[in-house]
Design a protein around this ligand. Structure first.
Ligand code: SF4
Ligand code: SF4
Length: 398
């Protein structure tokens, strides 16, 4: 078989750009989040709109309004904020309350600082104290140039992020992994060169490149985009209300929850029925069919693919060709696992290590039968996680 090389590193030409604040946003929330606002409430940019009630310093960050506005609706998966209505005659205009910069950031350290970062919207669930920290500086997927753009344009912010992480986590070492042949570093990091050929840019493989060990216990990994988020909080001392998104060859700082249609209009990217649109990159992104979806925090790309460029994946039968096995970096058997998932045999998938899947999408990419191979594996992982949650809830109630 011809060896696939999907290189991710590019020469960055443009600069990081800002997108103007939209009039309305649809801010995604997760199951763990508990909304703390009511319909018709006036909110200011940076105000908490959903908390994570779970205890612990290493967790999912709180959610904040990314614009001044009025809460229009609270859905299970999103909070909608629209413009503040004009005051009625004789009434004063509503003034949204914006949070003050957080002075505690200068004085806190350790777990107290991590808790504060959670409240400011930073996701600390992948961080732990005193471990080696690997910063994945490789672009996450082919065509998603976020990491290299930030390494080029945001050195001061990345340095501020490293300094805050040093205070919060006191890591033993911080390693920055960048593409082979590139001489890039960030203050406080030890540079390591690694292959930029997808899927080598996936976190688990980057950790292997940085440490020489598979799934080591004492190592955390975050992306450059995540480090940048910490740096923005360190610089502004304000809650995180933006995410950095690549669209084609340009990279934008986007208010969290900005609707995809409004974003494409604002940056002048044409779209129509001849294009498929995904949140995320071409390998791991999720296709969307409704352009009023809001860009989630942590989203690194909006990808537009011409209709017909790639054949449509469908639940076609597996022809057992083994192509997916040859490209799988997790060394599992995607074809067989996808068949287990297809026929609801989730426990068989568990016993054959579906949990080891790195969710790189290579199996779907090479499958000659155009099966949604990775998507079947995601289904199995999701079903097993739900089952395990139910079992642990029952045990807690016993
Ligand atoms: S997505 Fe497919 S190729 Fe990638 S690790 Fe999972 S099973 Fe292997
Ligand atoms: S590549 Fe597709 S058809 Fe071939 S074994 Fe894997 S899932 Fe089956």
């Amino acid at each position: 078989m011809m060896k696939l090389r999907l290189n991710t590193s590019v020469e960055i030409k443009g600069s990081l750009q800002d997108v103007p604040a939209p009039a309305a946003v649809r801010i995604p929330i997760q199951k763990k989040h508990k909304p703390v606002v009511k319909k018709k409430q006036i909110v200011g940019r940076g105000q908490v709109i959903a908390e994570n009630p779970s205890k612990g310093a290493f967790n999912l960050g709180f959610v904040h309004a990314s614009i001044d506005g009025m809460v229009e609706d609270i859905l299970p998966d999103a909070i909608l904020i629209g413009p503040i209505p004009a005051p009625k005659e004789g009434e004063e205009a509503a003034v949204p309350a914006r949070p003050e910069p957080c002075a505690d950031l200068d004085t806190l350290s350790g777990e107290e600082l991590c808790r504060k970062l959670l409240e400011l919207g930073v996701d600390t669930s992948r961080m732990h104290a005193t471990r080696t920290l690997v910063v994945n500086g490789l672009n996450p997927e082919p065509g998603v140039i976020v990491s290299e753009q930030l390494l080029k344009d945001a050195q001061a912010t990345l340095k501020a992020g490293i300094q805050l992480i040093e205070k919060a986590l006191k890591p033993g070492t911080i390693k920055l992994v960048v593409a082979s042949g590139k001489q890039i570093t960030v203050h406080g990091c030890t540079p390591v060169n690694a292959s930029d050929a997808y899927p080598a840019t996936i976190d688990a493989l980057v950790v292997y490149a940085a440490t020489g060990a598979e799934r080591p216990d004492n190592v955390d990994v975050i992306s450059v985009a995540e480090l940048y988020s910490v740096g923005r909080v360190a610089e502004t001392k304000l809650p995180l209300t933006e995410t950095v998104v690549a669209i084609g060859e340009k990279v934008f700082r986007v208010p969290v929850g900005m609707k995809v249609q409004a974003l494409l209009d604002a940056v002048g990217v044409p779209y129509g029925t001849d294009l498929k649109i995904a949140l995320g990159g071409p390998m791991r992104g999720e296709a969307i069919f409704d352009l009023s979806v809001g860009v989630p925090k942590g989203c690194t790309a909006v990808t537009l693919v011409p209709e017909g460029l790639y054949p449509m994946v469908q639940p076609n039968p597996c022809i057992n060709c083994g192509e997916c096995v040859l490209v799988c970096p997790a060394r599992i058997q995607p074809g067989m696992l996808s068949r287990f998932a297809e026929f609801n045999m989730f426990e068989n998938a568990r016993s054959q290590h579906v949990g080891a899947c790195l969710e790189c999408g290579m199996c779907t990419f090479v499958c000659p039968a155009q099966r949604p191979v990775m998507q079947y594996l995601l289904l199995a992982k999701g079903q097993l996680a739900t089952q395990d949650d139910m079992v642990s809830t029952c045990r807690l109630q016993d």
